[in-house]
Design a protein around this ligand. Structure first.
Ligand SMILES: NC(=O)c1ccc[n+]([C@@H]2O[C@H](COP(=O)([O-])OP(=O)(O)OC[C@H]3O[C@@H](n4cnc5c(N)ncnc54)[C@H](O)[C@@H]3O)[C@@H](O)[C@H]2O)c1
Ligand SMILES: [Zn+2]
Ligand SMILES: [Zn+2]
Length: 394
């Protein structure tokens, strides 16, 4: 089958690889009909390369049609239409019973000290073949799926795999008080959708911040108040305080993560790490604190005293300087993590209708044959060609 594979920093190709097959009685094989590129894939494309092997299949935002099921998968059958959550979880362990599916105790990647396994997300997350491919082996398939109706286009449901629950969790964790203000840093797919969900859930004032004109325009077109960070290179915090009664927003979502613009020193260290041999770079990326924390620092600076920061952007280092004095003195709540996808599915599914309140049907900017993945990755990273969300069609 065809699959999108990792070959090195900024080197993604489409290779012919063996079809996956049932390996465990708990597996299913799904024929993929749509599979998205995510901002998280850009971390593998760039700074997390040390955790990848040449030929690893990328991707974790898929949907498709069940082809085959293992003997212990009793709730799926060939022909079912399913979306796969990006994380693999059992659904019945201690953590899954708490609906903390990204911490599933059955699939936790213990040798790396990490949480639940994730499709196509490096050794850190279990080295599981990814979903940007014609077929996907779904481990723990009994729970690792969301069944959706036949009929409406894939656009309607595919974001259940990641964008919708991630944005939903970002808003839930932001815990905006009634009548309060939410600032969203980053208007990529996650930040954009977080703005939509916050508005839908009744947050009165949503301020979206980015530096890419068409991303700002997308959010503004849906009624979000936008701030272009290029106009406030040194005083973003002051600019946001000025429009929030001098105090700052009650809650801030960081939908940027470790490739934020505006931290040149860390960028240099990250790039240095990405040129080293993997055995040296891996511990360095994990422990030496090579992240770019521009967005996180902005969040800490702008949130009002006693407010909440919700981190959905992914961070990776362990020794980054965090302004503890400011966090402690401002009495900030900080919540974060990979999204527990299925926890939010029942809230989201009723919104995926012909009325389309969240605008999922028109959310993708590009729908491309899988062969065009290399160009799509490049354009998504460089934010060229108006690329915000890419669907690949195997
Ligand atoms: N927690 C989860 O479960 C989860 C799931 C999916 C994605 N993510 C993470 O969410 C983040 C966003 O994903 P995406 O798909 O929207 O990616 P993206 O890269 O398209 O979006 C990031 C946006 O942030 C903007 N930006 C860069 N620096 C900034 C700064 N200093 N301040 C404000 N904005 C800035 C960029 O211009 C871009 O539009 C990534 O870190 C991704 O890994 C987390
Ligand atoms: Zn994703
Ligand atoms: Zn579990």
């Amino acid at each position: 089958m065809k699959a999108v594979t990792w070959h090195g920093k900024r080197d993604v190709r489409v290779d012919n690889v063996p079809d996956p097959k049932i390996e465990e009685p708990t597996d299913a094989i799904v024929r993929i009909t749509t599979t998205n590129i995510c901002g998280s894939d850009l971390h593998l494309y760039e700074v997390l390369g040390a955790f990848m092997d040449e030929g690893d299949i990328l991707g974790h935002e898929p949907m498709g049609i069940v082809e085959e099921v293992g003997s212990e998968v009793t709730n799926l059958q060939p022909g079912d239409r399913v979306v796969m959550p990006f994380q693999i979880s059992c659904g019945s362990c201690y953590m899954c019973n708490l609906e903390l599916y990204t911490q599933c105790e059955i699939t936790q990647v213990r040798d790396q000290g990490m949480g639940a396994a994730i499709f196509g997300y490096s050794k850190l997350y279990g080295h599981i073949p990814g979903a940007q491919a014609e077929y996907l082996r779904v481990p723990r398939a009994q729970f690792t799926h969301i069944k959706v109706p036949h009929g409406p286009p894939d656009d309607r449901y595919v974001y259940l795999s990641d964008v919708l629950p991630t944005a939903w969790q970002a808003v839930a964790y932001a815990d905006v008080p009634p009548g309060g203000t939410l600032a969203v840093l980053g208007l990529g797919p996650i930040g954009d959708m977080a703005c939509r969900i916050a508005t839908h859930l009744g947050v009165e004032r949503v301020i979206g911040i980015d530096r890419v004109p068409e991303r700002l325009e997308r959010a503004a077109a849906r009624g979000v108040e936008t701030v272009d960070m290029r106009e406030h290179k040194k005083d973003l915090g002051d600019a946001i305080r000025t429009i929030t009664d001098g105090r700052g927003p009650d809650s801030v979502i960081d939908a940027v993560g470790m490739e934020a613009h505006g931290s040149p020193v860390n960028k240099m260290a990250q790039q240095a790490a990405s040129k080293l041999p993997d055995v040296v770079a891996r511990p360095m990326m994990k422990t030496a604190g090579t992240d770019r924390l521009g967005a996180l620092y902005s969040a800490i600076d702008m949130v009002r005293r006693g407010g909440t920061i919700s981190l959905s952007g992914v961070y990776g280092g362990m020794a980054d300087p965090i302004p503890m004095l400011t966090l402690f003195d401002k009495q900030v709540q900080l919540r974060m993590g990979q999204a527990n996808v299925k926890r939010y599915a029942d809230d989201i599914l009723p919104l995926l209708t012909d009325d389309d309140p969240l605008g999922v049907d028109t959310f993708a900017t590009h729908r491309l044959p899988i062969d065009e993945a290399p160009t799509a990755y490049r354009n998504f990273q460089k934010k060229d060609d108006g690329t915000v969300k890419v669907q690949l069609k195997p």
